[in-house]
Unconditional design. Sequence first.
Length: 172
Amino acid sequence: QIVVRRLPPSLTAEEFIDLTSPIPDHDFFYFTQDNSKMGEQAFTRAYINFVSYEDILIFQEKFDGYIFVDQKGNEFPAVVEFAPFQKVPKKKTRKPDVKMATIENDPDFLKFLDGLDQKSSESAPAVDTILEEIEAKERELKGQSSSSVWRFIITHYICREQRSIEDDDSAD
């Protein structure tokens, strides 16, 4: 596997293939655009894995030092060298998900849908009925709270009176 470095930043993969064609037999081609954050040091690169070693030598003789010119007229002498990482990435063969498009047949989902249908078929109670229930509960709570407050006050008063009577008896 070789890497062609120092290509013009504006060069695209199609333009590179046109400029270097015919490329000898290869089983892997990867082209990466420049990283514009690098400023003047931003170059594009091309990785090619040739089938035979002789093709590597021919390609290197032809394009090592070859001057690529961009749209502005800037010259970029290419550097062809062996890639630091020689392995070729495997093609991703993704297995299809066996659960894909099976939700319509799932018993839990069907049970859920039946539950939704039953809830929607039941009529909701009338608004007037709900309001009457809320008002009745509010009246009940008001009645309990006022009577419980009075009960607490009276109980507290009686306890105080009993203590004061006991204190008077013990003082004598």
